[in-house]
Design a protein around this ligand. Structure first.
Ligand code: ACM
Length: 584
């Protein structure tokens, strides 16, 4: 059946069960709590198949009402009295919540039973039903991933089967950097659909950086008037001499963000926004120069950064900066409200790669350190992080930040218990955080940075970093062996990160992200087989079918044989790291 990610357990259906035929008479019976999944099936699978999939209650009892509305039957090729099961009736898709499933696995677990005239999906909660519906779509074949039917009136069948499934990790994420290159809103919605198709449930939305501010903040309009665009862009790695001499920019209005959050929620995906402070803030300083270290440089001369790397231009550790960002976060909390998702409290404050040179030479920053009795600039950064940690906690939220937020003196850097760490510089930050009692999202750059090149060949476009093949990502293990069971329980899960310096458009993002996101999805969803390793040969075999799904979705993945001619970028400099061992 080529399912990806591989389910926990697949059993053949009882001996007499035949395939389930979906046709113009098929109805959906959605129990309370599963209406959203029915809606998704109707709009998405309905569009691909051309089947109306009406609500059983609305269409009559169990499908008879749907019989006459069957557009698929109008050419006579649809099902008639030869349909399996109850004569004269179509098949049924039953959606329900099974409290036993939540008890035995998780609210995201599901059981899918298909045979004869019924596909039944029971979930531990609505999310589990939704993941079961994703499995159903895979069972229908690659054409179920298209936006409209290729062969009108064809029959759709689900093989008889029983699948019991649940995710290994609760946090299964993708981080997308929309600052270095903006992804227009429709592209973001498409990414959410692609995450859902892989049973991924967290979208970490990197909204701000030196190269662009991408979210409308009503009280600070210059953040997007000035901060959302740059006049030109480095073409390739920063050592490249090439420039793209056209303006680049864009941002999401507050209604765009609300739409993205709602679209994600319908797909049981939580959007975790990131506002990166106190480094990676040059776009904000370009918009509001008083946010920078004005006693060190003339911040009025700063523009949104047009090249790559780590800039020395960081926020000034002033009260003005704190109040400004409290204002930003106040609007952000309204855009990303608390919901039934366990991850909706999280707000990412970045915290990575903050160069301290300006603070070292700033009399104002040094005076602040003396006033607060802080021994060094790392502690000054920690003081800023802790300020927003408490500010968020006071509002029922949880701070999450890159592993630099652990720097600054004590083993837990004085963070509130709810604060969590995205471990990107290898596993070490995550291990330290788990040992200090903090939740962790593993995203080590050596394993799951999808901006890194996928092969060693000369043809890889703008090659960055280590070679990380599909198999490397498949073998990614989020829990390092040195953690005790209690510490390992702190690992909420993992995410793949996509930094877009050399990804100018959707095609380049597709190329870097796929097919490796499929391997990542299995690493975080499917159980780790013990005592043997994951079976890559089996994954590769299932990928043959999955490539057909990606084709149907229009995903411009890296083909197994290497980039297609138009996916290459000859002559544009990357930054390959030769022969680097993992975990450096
Ligand atoms: C990061 O890659 N700077 C988090």
């Amino acid at each position: 059946m080529d399912l990806i990610p591989n389910p926990r357990r697949t059993d053949p259906a009882p001996p007499k069960a035949g395939p389930v035929r979906l046709d113009g008479r098929t109805v959906i019976e959605a129990a309370p709590g599963t209406e959203g999944v029915a809606r998704w099936l109707r709009t998405t699978v309905g569009a691909a198949t051309g089947l109306p999939l009406p609500d059983a209650a609305v269409s009559g009892h169990g499908g008879s009402g749907a019989q006459d509305s069957g557009t698929q039957d109008s050419d006579g090729s649809g099902s008639g009295s030869d349909a399996p099961g109850r004569s004269g009736r179509g098949s049924r898709i039953l959606l329900g919540i099974g409290p036993d499933i939540a008890r035995e696995s998780s609210p995201e677990g599901y059981r899918l039973t298909a045979g004869t005239d019924t596909v039944r999906i029971d979930g531990g909660g609505p999310a589990g039903v939704f993941w079961g519906a994703q499995t159903l779509r895979q069972l229908l074949g690659p054409d179920a991933f298209r936006a409209a039917p290729v062969v009108p009136g064809r029959a759709w069948t689900v093989p008889p089967t029983v699948i019991e499934d649940a995710p290994r990790f609760a946090w299964r994420g993708l981080m997308l950097d929309v600052s270095r290159h903006f992804m227009p809103k429709d592209g973001v919605l498409r990414v959410l659909d692609l995450l859902a198709a892989h049973k991924l449930n967290v979208f970490h939305f990197h909204l701000t950086d030196d190269q662009g501010w991408r979210v409308e903040i009503k009280r600070y309009p210059r953040l997007t008037e000035v901060g959302a665009w740059r006049s030109r862009t480095k073409w390739g790695h920063r050592a490249s001499e090439l420039w793209d001499e056209k303006p680049h920019g864009g941002y999401y209005t507050q209604d765009d963000i609300r739409e993205i959050v709602a679209y994600a929620a319908e797909r049981h995906i939580t959007v975790v926004p990131e506002i990166d402070i106190p480094g990676h803030s040059q776009a904000a300083i370009a918009a509001y120069p008083e946010l920078g270290n004005t006693d060190v440089i003339d911040t009025t001369s700063l523009a949104v950064w047009d090249t790559w790397g780590i800039t020395a231009n960081v926020l000034a550790p002033t009260d003005n900066t704190l109040r400004f960002y409290e204002g930003v976060f106040e609007e952000l909390l309204e855009l990303f409200p608390l919901s039934s998702s366990p991850f909706s409290p999280f707000v990412h404050i970045g915290g990575d790669e903050c160069l301290k040179d300006q603070w070292r030479s700033s009399p104002a920053a040094q005076a602040r350190m003396r006033e607060l009795d802080l021994a060094d600039e790392d502690r000054l950064q920690s003081w800023i992080v802790r300020h927003f940690d408490r500010w968020l906690a006071d509002r029922g939220r949880r701070l999450i930040g890159w592993d630099e937020i652990l720097e600054g003196g004590t083993t837990d850097a004085g963070l509130t218990p709810g604060a969590a760490v995205s471990s990107w510089r290898g596993y070490a930050g995550g291990i330290a955080a788990a040992r200090a009692g903090h939740d962790v999202v593993m995203c080590p750059e050596q394993q799951v940075y999808l901006d890194h090149r996928q092969a060693a060949g000369e043809d890889e476009p703008m090659p960055i970093g280590y070679v990380r093949t599909l198999e490397d990502v498949y073998r990614f293990e989020p829990v390092p062996p040195e953690l005790t069971a209690a510490e390992a329980a702190r690992v909420l899960g993992a995410q793949a990160n996509v930094w877009t310096e050399v990804m100018q458009d959707r095609s380049r993002v597709d190329y870097q992200v796929f097919p490796r996101l499929a391997a990542f999805a299995e690493a975080v969803w499917s159980p780790l087989p013990a005592p043997v390793e994951r079976d890559y040969a089996d994954f590769e075999r299932r990928m043959a079918g999955h490539y057909r799904r990606l084709d149907a979705l229009g995903v411009e993945y890296r083909p197994p044989g290497g980039p297609l001619p138009w996916q290459r970028r000859p002559g544009v400099l990357g930054r390959p790291i030769e022969g680097a061992p993992p975990n450096v």
